[in-house]
Design a protein. Sequence first.
Length: 183
Amino acid sequence: MQRPKCKNISRFLSVLIATVFMVNLASCGPSKKTYKLYAGPQLPSDKTAQLVCKGETIQINSVNAQKSPDGKDTFGKVTLEILPGDYHITVSFSGRSAPTVVGESYNYQVFYTHDSLHNVDITIKAEAGHTYLVTSNHNYEKSTWNAVVKDETDDRTILKEGPYPLNKIRTGDNRASSRVYRN
């Protein structure tokens, strides 16, 4: 039996350490922030509600006219602790698509951004102990989107408004690098 060479072991360890480091960095992506949007001391979760936005396509711009404490246009990926009651939430949409163009002897992708033409105002009634997911659905072919709020505690949709128009902008394609010739 042949013994492994020291060079191979150190190269293997270097690759292993680099891989572990990269996986660790990738898992630490933008984390979800939590903000308390009420005055006074921290209350237990059964006395408050949570408003969650994963920031994938829909963004929360303001809650009862309160903007993000970070000074940004949107709250981003966030969990907002709120008191029970009625809430006026302003949201917007921003998404990306890459449909494939298929021809007789080629195929490639065309890249688009889809942004809401206007911010949309929605209203919900929050109950104590409930978690509300602010999300959206969209139809890029029709250039429309809907604001959706789901009560995750009761597993039901409590709001679906729209469709609202999207501004579709072509941002490029990969025609030169993805050309495929078929015989």
